[in-house]
Every structure is written in structure tokens, then in C-alpha cells.
Design a protein around this ligand. Sequence first.
Ligand SMILES: Cc1cc2nc3c(=O)[nH]c(=O)nc-3n(C[C@H](O)[C@H](O)[C@H](O)COP(=O)(O)OP(=O)(O)OC[C@H]3O[C@@H](n4cnc5c(N)ncnc54)[C@H](O)[C@@H]3O)c2cc1C
Length: 341
Amino acid sequence: MRRVAVVGLGVAGSYLVSRLSHEYEVVGFERCDYADHYPPCAWATSSNEIKKLLSPIGLNFEEYVLYKGKEMCVDLGSSRFWIKLKGLCTFDKLSLERDMVDGHEAKFGVNVRGAEQLKEDYDMVVDCTGFHRALLPKIGKEYIVHTLEYKVKYGKMPIDDFYIKPMRAGYLWFFPLGDSYAHVGCGDYFGRQRHFLDAFMREHGGEVVKRVGRPLRITPPPMCQPYYLGKVVGVGESIGTVFSVLGEGIIPSLQCAEIFSKNLHDPDAYTAEVLRKFSPYKEVFDVVADKIRGRFSFAKDFPKLLGVFSYMKREEERFGIEVRMRDIARIFFSKATSSKG
Ligand SMILES: Cc1cc2nc3c(=O)[nH]c(=O)nc-3n(C[C@H](O)[C@H](O)[C@H](O)COP(=O)(O)OP(=O)(O)OC[C@H]3O[C@@H](n4cnc5c(N)ncnc54)[C@H](O)[C@@H]3O)c2cc1C
């Protein structure tokens, strides 16, 4: 193994370009132009975990932090409560992705349409194309959340910390970016993201300076196989590394890239490690899927919800939020998240 092509320079692909370049001849390919690229993402993550993931490539996460959260307001319509934050922050994802790639060989503005064009020249082609999964076979049953997000500039910030408004099949978010800016967005399985987002904008004002959005895959890794097809291997959201209940994919995609970098020569070991690491994601997804289908009930689903709680509580530091069963139950069983509106 000598030459590796990494297709898609989002968070997973950029990380791999940096991580693998010491040992291999790595070339990155990204369909967006370098200057125009603005990752469609709310740029929120847990500083505790991401700083560990970035240490092997010598980057200091603190340099990218934009805003450190203290409390997150959860707005259930008729009531509100606050979750203590323990490391959740927003960070400059665009600069991080650029810094991981700068100094390495990367071609921007190249839309790779299939692996054929690369297979001749490379011993391995890594599909880091996220939702697009451009080089691997389509997944049988896909679950997708539709998203729309604005970067908004405010004269006076309408909300002073993290804020979410959960719905039956998604949520609206307001995440401060520091300096009077925020990412305000909405993800909804049923495609009503613009309706909710524009209602929020009408209520709170602000100047929209950027609009982004794309579908988000919440189909969990065990349902996103195969991970390999000949010389092609999938890493990151292309194989479903998104924690569905939060729509959170940065840390899981970096964890997946880290697993891949350690098992690059061993497809079976990579597959087994991904399945092991992300098996709780399937259990969490099952709860989310029941909720989306409107088949969620206190009596039937409380034990499953306890499973979600136990997993998140164990991983509290990695999520960067205080995890309490009471809060999870309030979100899942509130009127706001049970009704279709
Ligand atoms: C609106 C929104 C908000 C989100 N907010 C958060 C958040 O706050 N925190 C969090 O943890 N997660 C969030 N997520 C999820 C997270 O952004 C993704 O799961 C994560 O970035 C996935 O990383 P990735 O590298 O696998 O894929 P991506 O980051 O999606 O990168 C894929 C890259 O591949 C490129 N590409 C696609 N097709 C081709 C092709 N054919 N040829 C060449 N290049 C190609 C794309 O342009 C892109 O740059 C959000 C997602 C969305 C949509």
C-alpha cells in the first residue's frame, strides 16, 4: 500500500489527509472550491473529546473555539428547562478543516463521480463524501433529516447561550458563534425545516449572512454496510457515523477516521471495530425511528429510553453536557415532541 486517495474533505477526510500523510502518498479531492467552501453544520462539539482526537495530528483545539456554552435552554413551547454544559462549544470548523489539509496535496473543485477514475492511480480510495456516499453502493433503507441553517448577525443577541426547540422528528437550534453571530438552523425528518426556521427568524430578527443546508444521514453504521467495495472504503457519515438523537456527526466521524487509520490494512478489523464502537448508535436510532413513526409510548419505550440515558451518561464527558434521565424523558414525552405540528 503506497498511494491513498481521500475523496471528500469534510472533517473526516481532512483529518485522514493529515493523519495518513506521514506514512503514505495521500491526495485529497474535494468537490467544493477552497475559497467558497462553508461546511453546512452548526459547528458545535464537545471540547473534551475533540481535543483528544486532534492531538495525534498536532492541532490545539482551543485555538478554534468560538464560544463556550454554560447552559442550554430547551424550549418545549409551554415550558422551558436548562441543561448544564460541560464542554459543549462552537468552533471554527472551516479553519480546522483547512488547517488539517494545508501543506498536503489536495485538489479542490473536483467532483469525483465514481471510483473508476481513481482506481488506476491509487491503491486505496477512501469515500469521505458524507451524506453523498458517492463511491459506495446505495444503502437499502435510508433515514434522512432535512436541514436548513443560517449564519445570522445580530445587533443584540436575542438569546445569550445555547438554545434548542425539540420537535417530533428534529429540532431547531440557536448556537452562538461569538462576536454577535450565531448559527440558527432546523433539522426535520418531515421536511418542514424552513417553516420552523423562518418563524424563529420573524420572532427574533437578525441579518442572515449565509444560508446552507443538506440532508443528514441518521441511518446508523450497522445499517450502512458495505463499508468496502474493492479498493474503496467508507469513513465518516458515508457509513452513518451520526448520533441520531442529536444529529451530531463531528466526533463520531473523527472517531471513525481514527479507527480507520489504525486498521487501514485490515478490512475485517476495521469493520468489526466500527460495528463494536457504534453499536449503541443502532439502539438510539431505534428509539428515534419509533418517535418519527409516531409509535413511541411511555409504557413500551421507557426501557429503551433508559438504554439511551445509560449510554449517554457513561459518555457524559464525550457529549459535553450533563445527562439526566428526567431531561431526556421530558424531551421525548413532551406535547411539543409528540404532536405532528
Ligand atoms: C445543518 C447541519 C448541522 C449540523 N450540526 C452539527 C453540529 O453542530 N455538531 C456535530 O457534531 N454535527 C453536526 N452535523 C453533522 C456533521 O456536520 C456531519 O455528520 C459531519 O461533518 C460528517 O463528516 P464527514 O467528513 O463524514 O462528511 P462531511 O463533513 O459532510 O464532508 C463530506 C465532504 O465531501 C465532499 N463531497 C461530497 N461528494 C463529493 C464528490 N463526489 N467528490 C468530491 N467531494 C465530495 C463534500 O463537499 C464535503 O466537503 C450537522 C449537519 C448538518 C447538515
